[in-house]
Design a protein around this ligand. Structure first.
Ligand code: ADP
Length: 503
């Protein structure tokens, strides 16, 4: 492809882009409307001018005609007395001086022209007389356009024929004709209107395009920024700071980017945390097995390392299961099946199952008020939710008179019935600054403490996912978990679930 071809194709692409651009179409629409308005306006002006001219010409013709009739009748009356019994006639010398383009003719009673003045060609004169004779309203001004070729072809006349009388006796007729629009005023007006309108339309197109371009500038900014934003660079913002519709659009776009960035950040953090959590047990297994394989060991040593590998494996299995559950909840896969679940039954189940753990930790686990509470959910997930909360209460309550109380109550809030599960412990409580974060994934208050406690009660893991999972389950079923905690006094976790209808 030669450089000329390349330039041509680039030019064609730019032109195509321009012609299909919104600003071009906007300017075009604006100009089309303006052209219509101008055409209507010009047509109105032109017709008004035609009407005004016609009215002026008619009144001029009528008054000229009346004056000439009076003049000729007077002339003829004196002349008649001299030549008794002859047809209407006036000596040529007695004809009045008329404007250049005014045509005058005197027609005898037999319809033949007797006298004429002005540049009136004989064929036009006879055509005028014929038209007058054919016309039903012979005393009104009539219009006539000369046909054919020749000098007068196409000239339009306004003419009028008035009867001439001498002593009450008709002696002939006076024909007076004026060419209409002698100064070609109307064609000039039409040309001026057309040229003026075209000029205005051209200027308006230029101005309209410029305005549309200016008005759509922010859209260009939005487009360019959006093109630059990629998954890895979500930090860019439009920051248009305008108080109009485009500003609103840009703000909405920025807010959407905020949310997207936060979601990507959460996702990234989650993946990083998950791999970090899995890395240490994998490292432990690798180190221990390498160490073991360095030389021959006693069966006790093998057994010890195998136990370690088993416990790390259990930890990883649990973590992977928890991650899987969270992923499934994120994908909205667990709310599909739901049944009417009796919360008291779930509480009894969980407390019975966790009693040995409570005993091992020297904590009293008991149920309180067990009201008739039902929720629409899947039992297995509610069991998991409650297990996480009770396990936490048992895990973190390590005092001699440790007590964990689980109860269920019905409550009406904002006119809506709720089924509540409440887990109260008299453990260490959670410092206020941590409360907003404890439901975040992998959030642990005190990693060292959690690990130490985990060592003491091997059944309980501390991944930092327990509360996140519980909260997600509650949210999947339209509920939430609230926490009230006082440092040194204990914590209360309340699970709110929309109450299922009684049957
Ligand atoms: P973990 O697996 O570490 O228990 P969770 O998501 O279940 O993770 O809990 C997050 C953090 O909240 C815990 O590390 C713990 O410090 C705090 N926490 C949760 N429940 C209680 C409770 N009943 N009493 C005191 N602290 C708690």
């Amino acid at each position: 492809m030669s450089s000329l071809d390349r330039k041509l194709s680039r030019f064609a692409a730019t032109l195509w882009h321009l012609l299909h651009s919104f600003r071009f179409r906007l300017a075009l629409m604006f100009v089309a409307i303006l052209a219509l308005v101008l055409a209507g306006f010009s047509a109105f002006i032109y017709t008004r001018q035609v009407q005004i001219n016609h009215a002026e010409e008619v009144s001029q013709l009528v008054s000229q005609s009346a004056q000439l009739v009076a003049y000729y009748e007077a002339q003829m009356a004196s002349f008649e007395s001299e030549r008794e019994g002859r047809s209407a006639s006036v000596p040529q010398s007695k004809l009045p001086l008329l404007p250049d383009n005014t045509l005058l003719a005197m027609i005898g009673l037999d319809g033949k022209a007797v006298l004429q003045q002005g540049p009136l060609q004989p064929d036009i004169l006879s055509a005028l007389v014929m038209k007058w004779q054919d016309s039903p309203d012979t005393l009104q001004p009539l219009s006539y356009t000369a046909p054919g070729q020749g000098k007068a072809a196409g000239t339009a006349y306004l003419f009028m024929v008035s009867p001439l009388q001498v002593e009450g006796r008709g002696v002939g007729f006076l024909l007076l004709a004026n060419p209409t629009d002698p100064g070609s005023q109307l064609p000039r007006l039409a040309v001026s209107l057309t040229l003026g309108s075209l000029l205005i339309v051209l200027l308006a197109f230029g101005g309209g395009y410029w305005l549309a371009n200016r008005a759509l500038q922010p859209v260009q900014t939005i487009v360019h920024t959006a093109q630059r934003i990629s998954e890895s660079d979500l930090s860019r913002r439009l920051n248009l700071h305008r108080n109009d519709e485009l500003g609103e659009l840009a703000d909405t776009f920025d807010q959407m980017l905020d949310r997207l960035q936060a979601a990507f950040e959460r996702q990234r953090q989650f993946t990083a945390d998950a791999s970090h959590e899995l890395r240490s047990p994998l490292a432990i297994i690798e180190l221990e097995s390498n160490r073991l394989l360095e030389r021959k060991r006693t069966p006790e040593e093998y057994e010890k390392v195998l136990h370690l590998i088993q416990s790390e494996n259990e930890w990883m299995s649990r973590l992977v299961n928890e991650l899987l559950l969270l992923a499934r909840m994120d994908a909205g896969q667990i709310a599909l099946r739901s049944e009417r679940v009796d919360l008291s039954e779930v509480i009894v189940d969980v407390t019975e199952r966790l009693t040995p753990l409570a005993q091992a930790r020297g904590v009293t686990l008991k149920t309180g008020e067990l009201g008739e509470c039902y929720a629409q959910a899947e039992r297995i997930y509610l069991t998991q939710l409650l297990t996480n909360l009770v396990e936490n209460a048992l895990k973190y309550t390590h005092r001699e008179d440790g007590l964990v109380l689980v109860e269920s109550v019905r409550q009406v809030k904002d006119g809506q019935p709720w089924s509540l599960m409440r887990i109260t412990d008299n453990g260490p409580g959670i410092p206020e600054e941590h409360l907003p974060h404890i439901f975040n994934r992998f959030y642990r208050l005190d990693l060292a403490r959690a690990r130490a406690e985990e060592g003491a009660a091997e059944l309980v893991s501390s991944s930092g996912l327990g509360l996140a999972i519980a909260q997600s389950i509650a949210q999947v079923y339209g509920g939430k978990i609230e926490v009230h905690s006082q440092e040194g006094k204990g914590s209360t976790f309340t699970v709110w679930l929309p109450a299922a209808r009684q049957v």
